[in-house]
Write a protein that binds this ligand. Structure first.
Ligand code: SAM
Ligand code: SF4
Ligand code: SF4
Length: 371
């Protein structure tokens, strides 16, 4: 018998396994966790690799040439991802976001987009199919992604100043190429494009107002994200978080903002409109104003583990079920079992006890389960 070799990268994080209950209930689309939260969004990480080394996500000192990324055999195939996505859609998922790592590094991603675009909710509607990217390959890929059925894109951009941006991406990547990617995405109809800016105090907070100014009066929706204590590599400190309230205050001082209604319940970004009609910005206050009570997101890691929280220390291995010939009904049962037991509310607890949580328990990297 040939001994089964488990790649080092798969042993990095604990796995809680996925339990198939004795009684399999058919999905109703109405699954709820212990806090009454539905399952509506699925973020799928299609690669744990990236061509950037953002200091807050994949710092070079950790993600160096010796870092053990997942080998190709560990990755879920497009067929496996699509099968799981179909099962999640049966349980109520309406929105899928492809992420990573850098999702556009996954070969033939358009093929996966095409397969996911063919899925339907139990009511027969297509899923909202989006992607988050660092924008480096977007200009080249936007048209084929649109043709494959992608609905929209979110592009990460932390500064308009080349020196600041290069310090943050740490691979000398210029701002102009990301801006060009955003432009092409808009031209091919992948809009409205959202731009995510992670604000790290003392590093790029001087860029808050210039970024707001740049995207005001354009169709781009700029969103400011509080620097989070995800993973164990970025050396997060609370005093590097610029609270969203401060972001709004700084922009408002030059370009007055008024609060806008959320688009839907569970929206992570709080919306603010320019008083003069110049569009809107969003702030994602994941640290200072936890939104766990509305969190309807599950995350599927690159090698097929489900995480019910961005800060969970262990996932649930669905790939093992896929690769041991389990039926859709059995996998649906396993998903229902784990979601109905979910009680995660890490950010709320962090707010109660700021320092303790970030250091006291192991956490998975964002580049591995996706933002
Ligand atoms: N590579 C793609 C990108 O950068 O858009 C997709 C994956 S990335 C992990 C997804 C999002 O997470 C990005 O918008 C990124 O800025 C954000 N992110 C990563 N680390 C973060 C942190 N420590 N705090 C807040 N946001 C973070
Ligand atoms: Fe790569 Fe995105 Fe993480 Fe930056 S934030 S290192 S682009 S995965
Ligand atoms: Fe959701 Fe966990 Fe983030 Fe709370 S901390 S909003 S439960 S992912």
């Amino acid at each position: 018998m040939v001994a089964k070799v488990i790649p080092v990268a798969e042993q990095r994080y604990p796995d809680n396994g996925a339990h198939i209950p004795a009684v399999l209930e058919a999905p109703t689309g109405l699954l709820a966790d212990t806090r009454g939260r539905a399952l509506r969004d699925l973020r799928i990480s299609v690669t744990d690799r990236c061509n950037f080394r953002c200091v807050y996500c994949m710092p070079k000192e950790v993600f160096d040439k010796d870092y053990a990324f997942l080998p190709h055999s560990s990755l879920l195939s497009f067929e496996e991802i699509t099968r799981l996505a179909r099962i999640f859609a049966a349980h109520g998922v309406q929105k899928i976001r492809l992420t990573g790592g850098e999702p556009l590094l996954r070969k033939n991603l358009e093929k996966l987009v095409e397969m996911l675009a063919a899925l339907r909710t139990p009511e027969g509607r297509p899923l909202d199919l989006t992607l988050t990217t660092n924008g480096s390959l977007l200009a080249r890929k936007a048209q084929s992604l649109k043709d494959a059925g992608l609905t929209r894109v979110t592009v990460s951009l932390d500064s308009l100043d080349d020196a600041v941006f290069k310090r943050m991406n740490d691979v000398d990547f210029p701002v102009a190429e990301v801006l060009h990617g955003i432009e092409v995405a808009q031209q091919v109809g992948l809009g409205p494009v959202k731009v995510n800016m992670v604000v790290k105090g003392g590093v790029n907070d001087s860029e808050i107002v210039p970024m707001a100014r740049h995207f005001k009066n354009t169709p781009v929706i700029l969103r400011f994200i509080e620097y989070m204590d995800v993973g164990a590599s970025n050396g997060w400190k609370m005093d590097e978080v610029v609270p969203s309230a401060e972001v709004v205050r700084r922009i408002s001082a030059e370009m007055p903002l008024v609060e806008a209604e959320p688009n839907y319940s569970g929206e992570t970004a709080a919306r603010w409109r320019y008083a003069d009609g110049g569009g809107e910005v969003g702030v994602i206050a994941s640290v200072t104003q936890a939104f766990c009570s509305d969190c309807t997101r599950a995350r599927l890691s690159t090698e097929g583990r489900i995480y019910t929280c961005l800060f969970a220390s262990a996932g649930h291995d669905l790939r093992a079920l896929l690769r041991t010939g389990r039926s859709d009904a059995e996998i649906e049962g396993a998903v229902a079992h784990l979601w109905s037991r979910r009680g995660d509310r890490y950010s709320e607890l962090r707010t109660i006890n700021t320092e303790g949580l970030s250091t006291s328990r192991p956490k998975v990297e964002m580049s591995y389960i996706g933002g």
